[in-house]
Design a protein around this ligand. Structure first.
Ligand SMILES: [Zn+2]
Length: 317
């Protein structure tokens, strides 16, 4: 067991017995000290009970900060023996978050952020699914200040109409990209009986009104076709809403599918255009894709973050 985990056991052991076993909280907002420091601060007994692979039971601890103070806040701790505990997993995520952010901020440097500190100038409004497997890194190596991204279940316009309108009307992005993805759970759910879902989820699934392909969505081909049908439905919705911008040439609406499963047979991880301004004819969409590839870069990409510095350097102020 690492020192930091052992220390957290110390904190858990010091909790009031009234706290619930697996969702207990403590009012101590202090960061966990090192294990040796814990022992030096009066927690040797609890520290000694922290055996690898075994959870420490909470014990009454009279000198732990009282929980009655209104000025204190609650910090969740978890039993270290159960790595599947929600708090343990959550804390692990937050640890990664803090480490990654520190590295990102340090290696990017102030000039990187100064470039877009005052205003944003994205080139695309992107409507993508909230699915954790769909991330901007798949479509843009420099997404900062380049993608105005709206995410929801099923990459739909209706449930996020205001956000989409902000990107098109206020930020005036030349592209509105509807980015569906293979294996979309929202698309599958919309084709099944979702009466038992909560009202909030039902409300969002109700707005996925794409033309249902024939057959069971449990069939991989039907599921893939449903994903594409949903992208097409979203492009139609966008076309109806932003007809003027499209007509005068200020906006193009592109429907695409990010295929991390390889269902579209272009290779896993590829993005395939399936709809351009309402045009779904494969030959024309393929022709458009070829033309895009040959396009010279006429708009400047945002600068990429510099590579990680080889040695630690202080953050500039
Ligand atoms: Zn999805």
């Amino acid at each position: 067991m690492s020192r930091s985990l052992a220390c957290l056991l110390v904190c858990a052991a010091a909790l009031p017995p009234a706290c619930k076993a697996r969702t207990r909280t403590t009012t101590d907002p202090e960061p966990a000290p090192s294990a040796s420091a814990s022992a030096a601060h009066g927690h040797p007994a609890a520290h000694a009970s922290a055996k690898p692979g075994k959870a420490a039971r909470p014990q009454a601890h009279g000198d732990h900060p009282a929980s009655s103070s209104k000025t204190q806040f609650l910090v969740p701790f978890a039993w270290e023996a159960d790595q599947e505990n929600a708090f343990a997993k959550g804390r692990s995520f937050l640890k990664n978050l803090m480490d990654d952010n520190e590295s990102f901020a340090r290696t990017s440097g102030a000039p990187h952020f100064r470039a877009f500190a005052e205003t944003q100038k994205p080139r695309a409004t992107v409507v993508a699914c909230s699915d954790s497997r769909v991330q901007s890194v798949a479509i843009d190596a420099t997404p900062e200040n380049d993608l105005f991204t709206i995410r929801n279940i099923g990459n739909q316009i209706t449930s996020s109409a205001g956000s989409v309108a902000y990107g098109v009307h206020h930020l005036k992005t030349p592209v509105l990209l509807i980015l569906g993805h293979t294996g979309c759970g929202a698309v599958k759910a919309a084709m099944k009986d979702y009466k038992k879902e909560g009202d909030a989820i039902k409300k969002e699934l109700d707005t996925l009104t794409f033309d249902r392909p024939k057959g069971s969505v449990d069939n991989a081909t039907v599921w893939k076709d449903a994903v594409i049908a949903n992208v097409n439905a979203q492009v139609r919705e966008a076309f109806a809403t932003y007809a003027h911008e499209i007509e005068v040439g200020d906006l193009m609406v592109v429907g695409a599918v990010y295929d991390f499963r390889g269902d579209l047979e272009a290779g896993p991880g590829r993005v395939t255009f399936v709809n351009v301004n309402g045009n779904t004819e494969p030959a024309k969409v393929a022709s458009f894709s070829r033309a895009v590839k040959l396009t010279a870069a006429v708009t400047k990409r945002p600068p990429a973050a510099p590579p990680a510095a080889p040695v630690w350097r202080p953050l500039p102020h």
